[in-house]
Design a protein. Structure first.
Length: 195
């Protein structure tokens, strides 16, 4: 029983730190956030912070890595051929993931986020799903495929952030249909045969 209550306290502490960090990152850059400021906002002891993390950058890096790993797993769970002209299970699950991680997405991928991390997320989306999906339409045209991948990934990222800013009122299914129709419209406009 002792282990369970300890685990629960650790989870609670880490959750408080995550929320405090997201609040502070919405106000300023990570480099200007001190451990003292973070722990005061999270209402925890500085010593408790140092049990889990070296510094604010370590906490941020772990949050970024965790989100990137979960996104990679989501991408790998989907086969590109399962997304057709009207069904986009990958996009539906992607928008659910974004909604479930709204606080991280707003801050880490928003205007005050680190561009290197945004690029990392874009590469995961491209390399672990989108490139293979679009290869169905452009089997021999790597240059066109690369340009279209970049366009779609950045467009979806901006669409997702706009959706979150507006309160995420549409469901992930509605967002998947919207994003899917935009992607398929681009596929059609570029002269690729449809599935």
């Amino acid at each position: 029983m002792e282990q369970s209550s300890t685990d629960r306290r650790v989870r609670k502490t880490k959750k408080q730190l995550r929320l405090a960090l997201m609040e502070l990152l919405a106000e300023k850059s990570a480099k200007s956030i001190s451990v003292r400021e973070l722990t005061e906002r999270a209402d925890i002891n500085r010593g408790t912070f140092y049990i889990h993390y070296r510094d604010v950058g370590d906490l941020l890096q772990r949050l970024e890595d965790e989100m990137a790993d979960r996104l990679t797993a989501l991408c790998k769970d989907h086969k590109p051929e399962d997304s057709t002209g009207e069904q986009f299970p990958f996009l539906r699950d992607l928008y659910r993931f974004i909604l479930d991680n709204a606080d991280l997405c707003r801050v880490l991928l928003g205007p005050n986020g680190d561009i290197a991390y945004t690029n990392r997320i874009c590469c995961i989306l491209r390399d672990y799903f989108l490139y293979d999906f679009l290869s169905q339409f452009y089997p021999g045209d790597r240059q066109r495929l690369n340009h279209f991948c970049s366009f779609i990934v950045s467009g979806n990222l901006n669409l997702a952030l706009s959706w979150l800013r507006d309160g995420g009122q549409e469901s992930p299914d509605e967002m998947a249909r919207l994003a899917g129709s935009i992607i398929m419209g681009g596929v059609s406009a570029l002269g690729a045969p449809s599935l």
